[in-house]
Write a protein that binds this ligand. Sequence first.
Ligand SMILES: [Zn+2]
Ligand SMILES: [Zn+2]
Length: 263
Amino acid sequence: MFIDHDMHIHTHYSPCADATATAEHYIQKAHELGLKKIGFADHMWDSAVECTIPDYRKLTYEHISQIKEEVKALDAGGIEILFGCETECDKNGTVAVSEEVAEQLDFLIVPQSHTHLTMPKDCYEPHRKHAEFMLERFYNIVESPVSKYVTTIPHPFCAVACPYDNRELVRLITDQEFSDCFRAAKEKNIAVEINAGAFAGKSIGEIRTDPMLHMLSIAKSAGCKFVFGSDSHRSTGHDGFFKNYVIACLLELKPEDIAEFAR
Ligand SMILES: [Zn+2]
Ligand SMILES: [Zn+2]
């Protein structure tokens, strides 16, 4: 299967991205990788929702929409560009986007694994508590009043900036628990992201036996659709993109397993 999209790209309008993360760079990269569709997904917190993460206060819909002007001035050479965002859940599990803003987006990514930002520190130990936090957030997103706008759970269960090996958390979640939450996502037509970044530094042999790959195979069995995302934050952000082919091959993905909006 040819991978012809990347639906998780940060531009320089995300504070954690750098100045090389321009629309121009990504269009050029898309041509190099043979992508026909790319999606900008900068970090966003809708000003209509009370902000509980101070660093996100400035990251309004208006702020991230500036990339549209940058794109307008360029020739994408036939590449389709979607405008979405990666928002957050607040401390109560409320998705930080209003219906009004969600309506404007081509796609909407909501992570349950940004635990470094959204989880109380006392949930790091014991590790099962951390795993349960991600399970709870998964359901918060899938059952949210804006769930019909949510297109993607990015880097599922891949706890970001975890002080210990985040695979430990995946091992602490049962196949049944994974199956139940992926079935719930499938019911809401929410796709699961395949993010090669989650397999950084792993050999093909290691990817094959990685509990994260096993988790993705459960998502497939649950009937979930998939979407590829680089989560690029800079000009080198696609260096590991080829690994998505290894993952797609091991999961035996076919074009019909890809979410409609990414096709
Ligand atoms: Zn993320
Ligand atoms: Zn991201």
